[in-house]
Structure formats: C-alpha cells, structure tokens
Design a protein around this ligand. Structure first.
Ligand SMILES: [Zn+2]
Ligand SMILES: [Zn+2]
Length: 179
C-alpha cells in the first residue's frame, strides 16, 4: 500500500483560504465551520475562534479576562481592523442586551432624568454593577406604599369569646380546682 503524504498547509494559508471579503463592509467572512456564529479555526489540535486567533497574531496578545469585540457587529468576520479587545463588561455594554440598554438609558420609564441627584446607584449583589434607580419614582412608590388602603383591623377575641368557641369538653376554666 502506498504511503500517503499530506502537505500540511501553514495556518495562515489555511485561514486565508476560508476568507471571503465583503466589499461593502470590508468584513472578512469566515467560510469554514462556525461556533456560535464565530469562525471556528482548527489549529494545533484544537478549535479556536478565528477572530481571536488572528487578533492574537496581528494585534497582540489578548489580556486575561478580555474579549475580542467586533466593531462591525459581524460575528463571522475576522478582519483584524474590525476587532478590538475589550473587557467583558464593556462588550456587554456595547451589545444590545437588556442590561446594556438599561445602562444607556438617560431617562426612567416616566421620563425623569437618570442623572445627577435623581440617579441612585443601588447595590445589586456581589460582582454586579449597581442598579440605576430613579429617585423620584422610588420616592413615589414609597409614598404610594404608605398611602395603601389599610386592611380592616380585626380585634382579637377576648378570653371569654375564645372559650365559647371551643368545644364544650375543652372549655377552659378560670377557676382553679383545689383539692
Ligand atoms: Zn467586520
Ligand atoms: Zn422616574
């Protein structure tokens, strides 16, 4: 049986062979396999995200805890010029997640400014960014809570009334029986 020889292409050549340039955006679209919409690039025995792989080689090492963000908002793109290493927090803020939208909010739901004295930062748990709360709305809801209709006060039945409610055998006596 003839021995097969495979020519191992250099990683760069392999990566570039999976590239299609979008002329309008300049994005380098990865045409190979994908992981969560990102290009999956096999290198040295494991899969790498294509954009992270190229970033680390063209721009520089990705600092610990940093994510490589797509400035073009195009996950399969691996054009180094469209990439930027940012903290996860910053990346989330740039994205359209609910938290991000809340962070960008300059007004509360009722149109009060979320700035200056009206903005309250409330602790929301360890390792989490503080919640932004509108002071006016918070005070309003507190006042509304105090104005809430009170439930009618039901008087506790007296000892005699309680005794009458008990079955006859269990009736408690106020008199001590003496021997
Ligand atoms: Zn791009
Ligand atoms: Zn408000």
């Amino acid at each position: 049986m003839p021995k097969k020889f495979y020519r191992v292409k250099p990683a760069w050549v392999r990566l570039m062979s999976k590239r299609v340039v979008d002329p309008s955006s300049g994005c380098w679209i990865f045409t190979g396999g994908r992981i969560k919409d990102y290009g999956a690039f096999y290198y040295e025995g494991r899969n790498h995200y294509a954009h992270r792989w190229i970033y680390a080689r063209v721009v520089g090492p990705i600092p610990e805890g940093y994510e490589v963000d797509h400035l073009c908002k195009n996950p399969p793109c691996f054009n180094p010029e469209h990439l930027e290493a940012v903290t996860q927090y910053e990346n989330n803020m740039r994205s359209d997640s609910k938290t991000a939208r809340m962070k960008r909010q300059t007004e509360c739901l009722r149109g009060h400014p979320l700035s200056g004295h009206n903005l309250m930062l409330v602790k929301s748990g360890p390792g989490r960014a503080p919640a932004r709360v509108c002071r006016t709305c918070k005070n309003e809801s507190y006042k509304a809570f105090r104005r809430r209709p009170k439930s009618p006060v039901v008087a506790e039945p007296s000892f005699d009334e309680q005794s009458r409610l008990l079955p006859p055998g269990a009736r408690r006596s106020t008199r001590r029986t003496s021997e």
